[in-house]
Design a protein around this ligand. Structure first.
Ligand SMILES: [Mg+2]
Length: 189
């Protein structure tokens, strides 16, 4: 069951996430990872990039919860300026952590999007809780060893995932071609 590690959406960074589309899809809240999703691994404070993007989420009326495996001190300091709800030491990919965040947000899991940079914590956990999962590329390539060792199997999973997308795209192209042929035939009649 490799699918449990597949994200629903995959973007280069948080700024690339299509918020209009998510709004239309009925997403009402976000669960966000900190490290390498919002800021580089070792930045203690939220930077302008993170502050602006989360500001945009708030402006659109999305509810936001930070869900991090990091310690309390780190999460509190990071959250100082952005001031959203936050859960530290979450033990992701535990499904409980994600459901707790849904409770805090007072939203159904189906209306929540999870954003993170790791397949085995953020994406796997969000999928277990039946949330929409969004993978972003890690901001900083220099990572601590225990994250680096996970990147290798992650790469294999993502390669399979991209192949699947490609396959879907090809099927869609084929469908469109057939569709066009049908329309043309109808047009000639
Ligand atoms: Mg992370």
């Amino acid at each position: 069951m490799i699918e449990k590690y597949y994200p629903d959406l995959y973007y280069d960074s948080i700024r690339h996430i299509d918020l209009d589309m998510l709004e239309k899809k009925g997403i009402k809240g976000f669960i966000l990872d900190i490290d390498n999703t919002l800021v580089p691994m070792h930045s203690k404070d939220a930077d302008q990039n993170a502050i602006t993007w989360i500001g945009e989420l708030k402006k659109r009326g999305f509810k936001v919860c930070i869900l991090s495996n990091a310690a309390r001190k780190r999460v509190i300091r990071f959250n100082r300026e952005i001031a959203v709800t936050a859960i530290h030491r979450a033990y992701k990919p535990s499904g409980r952590a994600f459901l707790k965040a849904a409770d805090v947000l007072e939203l159904e899991p189906e209306s929540i999007a999870v954003v993170g940079d790791q397949v085995f914590t953020d994406i796997h956990g969000g999928n277990k809780a039946n949330m929409l999962t969004i993978l972003v590329k890690p901001i900083d390539k220099r990572e601590i060893l225990y994250v680096r060792v996970k990147r290798w199997p992650e790469k294999l999973i993502l390669a399979r995932y991209m192949k699947k997308l490609e396959h879907q795209l090809k099927r869609r192209e084929l469908w469109k071609k057939n569709r066009l042929a049908m329309e043309k035939a109808r047009y000639k009649k």
